[in-house]
Write a protein that binds this ligand. Structure first.
Ligand SMILES: NC(=O)c1ccc[n+]([C@@H]2O[C@H](COP(=O)([O-])OP(=O)(O)OC[C@H]3O[C@@H](n4cnc5c(N)ncnc54)[C@H](O)[C@@H]3O)[C@@H](O)[C@H]2O)c1
Length: 438
């Protein structure tokens, strides 16, 4: 199918990337981008920077880099800003996070030290384990949202940015379910004035971003903009949104492996996943109410990929357990184990063990970079509301109401690349390939 392509405004000037939370992921992102700008490192793990896209037939030999194919902001034109409940500048925060080596941080210390977080919208009730002092006050949640909108405008003017995007990389909030206050823009705004406890800080950031016309990507599993009121606001103000929960580590492995098992019609009795993690994220998730938010996000992937209702003989009633244990000695270097009990021909049992010695923020930082750049592209291309083509980056992708999310990493990648081809009016690739045999 040939499409005409979509008009995309050029990526001129500076792009402000406003990070909510200046913790392990954000500082690893900021330090990494500064290191790449200085030519010290490669942006490994970033599809926007290193990925290519095949265009036309396999025999055409057209495989540009994605960043040369669609008009993405050059990473030299990115300016970072952040909010956090701690006063530490980005250098101190990166040192505390302990992800990157001091040698590397020292080489970008000038850029990082000058960057201080703005006071956050925060309530301890939503993140039980944290106490911070760099926090906004206001007579109600609407006033806090207004302060964030002022922050965005000030940041944009002071840094001479043409455009701004916001990425939530702050702590996981307690588990909340969508209720009446989340259903319409009017109910939500009334809730902001009434200080409704069902409106979490992340939703206040989401509301502020969408009101200010700023695209919002949610890297944590909190509901945040995944509520009817804020998806409606995104549509109304023509702003792209996406989430939830960066797909790194164990879930990344799951969405690589499970589609493979299913494609060979291998059955599953159970998948037991456990993690030890010693960073601040691990500490926050050690609280049962915060862990529940993460657990919901992690558990959903296998059901959707394996479709037990379609393949009851292979997948009905499989056991799926996910645990995260806070274990300080490991810091950000998580160890994730998977014990997978599968069965094959004639029901014969087999086992797969995975022991992934990963680094959480090293896996997450390039995703945050790609999301910032793709969300900016989406806005310049006039795309609004939920950006399902960015499911590739998330554990619990946001979708249109009533639509089940696609979790298979390879389908997600195909969808992402076909969206880029569509934007540029290139043929979508179906992999049919009969034309080579005519
Ligand atoms: N690293 C990964 O692989 C990964 C994967 C998926 C999701 N995530 C999610 O990304 C988020 C960030 O992870 P991290 O490892 O950087 O955590 P972190 O604890 O190092 O950083 C989070 C920061 O957010 C700040 N914060 C908390 N509430 C805030 C608020 N309301 N406003 C502003 N700042 C606030 C905290 O003070 C902290 O500095 C977490 O929610 C985590 O679950 C991380």
């Amino acid at each position: 199918m040939v499409t005409k392509g979509v008009e995309i405004a050029p990526a001129t000037g500076k792009l402000g990337v406003l990070l909510v939370g200046l913790g392990a992921v954000s500082t690893t992102l900021v330090a990494g981008v500064e290191a790449v700008k200085l030519g010290l490192e490669h942006p490994t793990g970033s599809l926007t920077q290193m990925g290519t896209i095949r265009l036309g037939k396999r025999t055409d030999n057209r495989t540009p880099k994605i960043k040369d194919f669609v008009p993405l902001t050059d990473i030299n034109d990115i300016v970072f800003g952040a909010w956090d409940i701690f006063n530490d500048n980005a250098f101190e925060a990166a040192m505390n996070a302990g992800v990157l080596e001091k040698d590397l941080l020292n080489q970008v210390s000038e850029q990082l030290s000058s960057f201080k977080p703005m006071p956050a919208v925060f309530e301890q009730n939503y993140v039980k384990r944290l106490h911070g002092e760099n926090v906004k006050t206001g007579k109600n949640k609407m006033e806090l949202a207004e302060q964030l909108i002022e922050d965005i405008a000030r940041f944009k003017a002071e840094n001479n940015c043409e455009r701004v995007v916001m990425v939530w990389a702050a702590s996981t909030e307690i588990f909340l379910e969508a209720s009446e206050v989340h259903q319409t823009i009017e109910a939500f705004e009334k809730g902001l004035y009434d200080n409704d406890p069902r409106i979490a800080p992340s939703m206040i950031y989401g509301y502020a971003a969408l009101t200010a016309g700023v695209p919002f990507a949610n890297g944590a599993p909190n509901l945040t903009v995944d509520i009817p009121a804020l998806t409606a606001l995104a549509e109304k103000n023509k702003v792209p949104i996406c989430g939830k929960d960066f797909k790194t580590g164990q879930t990344l492995m799951k969405t690589i492996l499970a589609p493979g098992l299913k494609s060979r019609m291998l059955g599953l009795h159970g998948w037991y996943s456990t993690n030890i993690l010693g960073n601040r994220d691990g500490e926050v998730l050690d609280d049962p109410e915060n862990f529940k938010t993460k657990e919901e996000s992690k558990l959903s992937v296998l059901e959707h990929i394996l479709q037990p209702d379609v393949y009851p003989d292979l997948y009905e009633g499989f056991s799926h357990v996910v645990r995260i244990n806070y274990y300080p000695p490991r810091g950000d270097n998580k160890e994730g184990w998977d014990a997978i009990d599968i069965f094959g021909w004639l029901g014969y049992k087999m086992q797969i063990k995975i022991d992934f010695l990963c680094r959480d923020s090293i896996l997450a930082a390039p995703l945050a970079l790609d999301l910032a750049l793709f969300m900016d592209l989406a806005q310049r291309a006039g795309m609004k509301g939920v950006q399902e083509w960015l499911s590739f980056y998330f554990k619990a992708p946001q979708t249109a109401p009533g639509l089940y999310p696609e979790h298979d990493l390879f389908i997600q990648l195909m969808k992402l690349k076909n969206t880029l081809r569509h934007l540029k009016g290139e043929d979508l690739i179906t992999h049919l390939g009969l034309e080579y045999y005519d």
